[in-house]
Design a protein around this ligand. Structure first.
Ligand code: HEC
Length: 181
């Protein structure tokens, strides 16, 4: 019991340190961006959740093309490393959880929505005002992965891998007319 308490105290301490560091890096980037276009706060080297918070809705855009085999391959490795395959299958075809490769996009199929969903998870996304529009065969919450996927750049590579696995019509690849949010 006693060692358990010590463990908790240690955990609480390190979480506090992490939060302090996050607050520091946020204020540092705010200062550096004074008068700027806002692009600096969305630096892809930053953490996915910081990027999502710093960027207005609808403006997150994947810099990569899924015709770029090198990026797709890196994305596949990152997807496996983050264990996305455990729920969505090795090439995103679904399994216990919805497929990522079909025409149905639960909240929308645009880059911005996918980035936020993966980083924040579905509960936080819904609190941000998004609702389920598309209906997959499996309906359930997706846990946040914004701390598991290390950088915005890694996140875009994973999304590029998802784009490369897409098996529906070209018109609905990015959510079609439902993409506007
Ligand atoms: C514990 C299981 C689980 C893991 C792990 C997981 N997801 Fe999900 N994911 C879900 C569920 C459940 C949904 C459906 C969410 C909803 O309906 O609100 C979902 C939805 C999605 C969607 C939207 C699919 C659509 O049809 O609109 C994408 C994209 C996605 N996940 C990507 C990822 C990526 C990338 C990872 C790894 C970084 C990942 N997921 C890890 C369970 C998971």
């Amino acid at each position: 019991m006693r060692s358990n308490n010590v463990f908790r105290t240690l955990m609480a301490g390190s979480i506090a340190t992490m939060m302090a560091m996050a607050a520091f890096s946020l204020s540092a980037s705010d200062g550096g961006d004074a008068g700027g276009s806002g692009a600096a706060t969305a630096d892809a080297a930053g953490k996915p959740l910081d990027i999502a918070k710093a960027t207005p809705k609808g403006q997150l855009k994947n810099p990569y093309q899924d015709s770029d085999k090198t990026v797709v391959d890196e994305g596949r490795k990152l997807y496996m490393r983050a264990s996305c395959n455990g729920c969505h299958g090795g090439s995103g075809g679904g399994g216990m959880c919805p497929p990522l490769s079909n025409e149905t996009w639960v909240y929308g199929g645009d880059d911005d929505t996918l980035f936020r969903l993966i980083a924040e998870g579905s509960d936080a996304l819904q609190k941000d005002g998004y609702s389920r529009k598309g209906r997959e065969n499996v309906v359930g919450p997706m846990p946040p992965h914004g701390a598991i996927v290390k950088t915005g750049d890694d996140m875009w590579k994973i999304i590029t891998f998802i784009r490369a696995n897409y098996r529906g019509s070209e018109a609905k690849k990015y959510g079609g007319e439902g993409a506007a949010k």
